[in-house]
Every structure is written in C-alpha cells, then in structure tokens.
Design a protein around this ligand. Structure first.
Ligand code: PLP
Length: 391
C-alpha cells in the first residue's frame, strides 16, 4: 500500500495561465522596470486589504530594507523570535544591530507580548514579529507594547500570506511587513518577495532604496537615461517575469487558502485522537491562520523519536520538513557570536527537536491527509515496539 505513495512536502502550483503570463512578458521587450511589477504591487495591496507594496527580490531583502530604512544599526537591539528562519535574524545582523532572541509560546510557536516585554532594554529599537507556520501572533498587546516603548514593529510574514487577526491581514499591524514568494510558499515567483507598509512615505522611500537609491523611475525621467542618486541603495528589484507569475498566482490565492484550511481541519481531527502528538495550532480568538504546514510535535515516549519518524514517513513516500530545524541562536553563526546555553529557549528547542512538518497544499489529492496520518499512526506503533526500521 505504501510503496506507490509519493507525496512531496510541498510543490509549486504552476498552471497554463501562469506559463502564458510568463511567456507574454518574454515575448515583449520589457523585462524589468515595467508595468507587471506596478500591477502586482497594486493587486497584492488589494488582496491584503491595505498597505503600500514594493516588490522585491526576496523576503530577506524586504527585511533588510526595513531595518535600513528605519535607521536601525550598531548599538541598537532588535527583539527576534528564537523559533524562526535564519533570514529574520540575518537582516538584523546585516545592519549591524544586535538580535535579542526570545522564546516562543509552545502551542503556537509564536512570540508573546510578555516574553518581548521581559527582553526589552534601553537599547531596544524594534520588534521582529514572525507569524509562525501561518498562525498570526496575538498582535494587539504587541502593538500596545511597541507604542508604549516607541519601538518599530517589522512583521516577517514569509509563511503567513492569507493570515488575519480580527480581520486585519498580518503585515498591516506594524511599520513594515515582509512576504516571501519562494517556491514552497503559498504562492511563488520563483524567488521573490513583497515589502508592505501602511505608510505611503515609507514605501516610497523603500522603493528607492531597493533600486540603487535612484531618484526617479524610468517613467518619471523626462530625458531617457537621466537620473540622480541622492542616497545609497541596493538592487533588490523583482523582474517583470517574476511579477507576471506572481499576478497569475495571486488570482488563485483564495482557492489555495480554502484548500489548505480544509486539509488542516482534517489533520486537526485525525491528530486530535492520537496520544502524545499535538499539532502546532492557533489559540487566539478571531484569528485566521494561513495554514502554511501541519507541524506535529512528538511528546512523551515519542519525543526522542522524531528523526526515526521522519525516516519512516520518507520511506513510505511522504515528504516532510522541519520548521525550523534549530532555534536561530543555536545555529553555529549565532552560537559562536553570542554564546548559547542549552535550555535558554526551551519551548523553541522543543519544537525544533521534536516536530515534523507534514505536507499541505494544492498538490495533495483527496484522501492524502488520511493516508499520511494512517502511515504516521502505523509508524508510531512500530517505533514504540522498535519494529521494522529500515536501518
Ligand atoms: C520566517 C521566514 N522569514 C524569512 C524567510 C526567507 O524568505 P526568502 O527566501 O524569500 O528570503 C523565510 C523562508 O522560509 C522564513 O520562513
């Protein structure tokens, strides 16, 4: 029964419409600085329900631009969740500021206002909020805290497209929001990202920073080729090819979110009955997850058996991943730079060391979630009895 299964952890959903959209750009003459990026930015803002968008080359680029724009640098501290992708912390490092890592809530994997509060110092300038696994953080108390201490909020929404808290899309709570269109995300542009801000002047300045600091776009130049550079900048632009793909993908986002929600609901139902297994899930009222993945945490007698479970699932044809493989402060670069004592971030470490992310998305066929959980159940029984290991 299991030999024929092949369910990758994730797979980009590329349709003929996507191919056509990309070919249209290739058949034209404008590969960058064109109308596709502009339209993508407007359509993305419409999808979120607000904000001013700037298309960029990746989420990490958007994060980097955020700290550069807000002038955060050497001597400043930024609160960063331990349970995140390295990019969240790297962006802080690249501007010369210091990431101050904070542990997460064990049920959701998200930052909490009380944990942030405990880590504030007179040097704290910003809070980096990551909406883990697509679950929105409980934003009102975090926004309140930031206002009281005059801190910037940079939201890392890399895996949270479609997530809302009390109807407001993530990324629209703080000063800036950063999205990723890497291939395994909710939608893709190959590589790519979006910077958003509720403040038009912030987005206008970031748009310049993303393009060498040049003072006017191609369409604003009265003499072709003539421009000035009043400030330093980078090249973090998105191409027209990527933007055309993004626009086409964005049109299907509600179908993607509906499908993910129903698959997650099925996981929730099936995993609920399993002893010593729990799903990373939302516990905040009125919040809508974007269901990036179904991460299950092994507890009790299974807690030390995660890698064995991964091996069993993979052998049975089920792709898996781990979000995230280590709390960032435990990764070699950060450990060497800042020191790390085991149990500094016990909840983040617990999720990293004892969880596996199961497949979710448009590539799953009807009944796949049931098949995946059935194999997981069988693997648990075999793991408990030490039976049938492949190595
Ligand atoms: C929370 C988070 N932030 C940032 C990134 C980096 O995104 P990108 O590859 O678009 O730079 C990722 C990638 O998975 C992520 O999970």
């Amino acid at each position: 029964m299991t030999g024929t299964l092949h369910i990758p952890f994730a797979r980009p959903w590329i349709t003929d419409e996507d191919r056509h959209a990309v070919l249209e750009v290739l058949n034209g003459h404008i590969l960058t600085h064109g109308p596709q990026c502009k339209s993508f930015e407007q359509e993305f803002a419409a999808f979120l329900g607000g904000g001013h968008c700037v298309s960029v080359s990746s989420c990490m680029a958007a994060l980097h631009l955020s700290y550069l724009h807000f002038g955060i640098g050497p001597g400043d501290e930024v609160i960063v969740p331990a349970q995140t992708h390295a990019a969240t912390a790297h962006a802080v490092e690249w501007v010369g500021a210091t990431p101050v890592f904070v542990d997460c809530d064990s049920r959701t994997g998200n930052l909490t206002a009380s944990a942030i509060d405990a880590a504030l110092t007179s040097r704290t300038k910003a809070i980096s909020v990551v909406h883990f696994a697509g679950i929105p953080c409980d934003m009102p108390p975090i926004v309140d805290l930031a206002q009281r201490h005059n801190l910037r909020i940079i939201e890392d929404c890399a895996i949270a497209l479609g997530a809302r808290h009390r109807g407001r899309h993530v990324g629209l709570f703080g000063d800036a929001g950063c999205f990723s269109f890497y291939p395994v995300k909710h939608m893709t542009t190959g590589e790519g990202g979006m910077f958003i801000s509720r403040y038009e002047d912030v987005s206008q300045a970031v748009a310049k920073l993303r393009a060498f600091g040049v003072d006017r776009t191609h369409s604003e130049r009265t003499v072709p080729g003539m421009y000035d550079v009043p400030s330093l900048g980078l090249n973090y632009r998105m191409s027209e090819i990527q933007a055309a793909l993004g626009r086409s993908q964005l049109r299907r986002m509600s179908a993607v979110l509906t499908q993910r929600a129903s698959q997650f609901e099925r996981y929730r139902k099936l995993v609920d009955g399993l002893p010593q297994i729990r799903l990373i899930d939302t516990d905040v009222a009125e919040c809508q997850s974007s269901h990036y993945c179904a991460s299950v945490v092994f507890e009790g007698e299974y807690a030390g058996k995660r890698n064995e479970m991964v091996e069993r699932l993979n052998t049975a044809g089920i792709g898996t991943s781990i979000y995230y493989p280590q709390p960032v402060p435990r990764m070699t670069y950060y450990r060497n730079k800042y020191g790390f004592v085991s149990n500094d971030y016990p909840r983040a470490e617990h999720i990293s060391d004892h969880s596996v992310a199961l497949p979710l998305g448009m590539h799953l066929a009807d009944g796949d979630v049931d098949r995946i959980v059935a194999i997981m159940k069988r693997s648990l029984t075999e793991t408990a009895s030490g039976k049938g290991r492949t190595q």
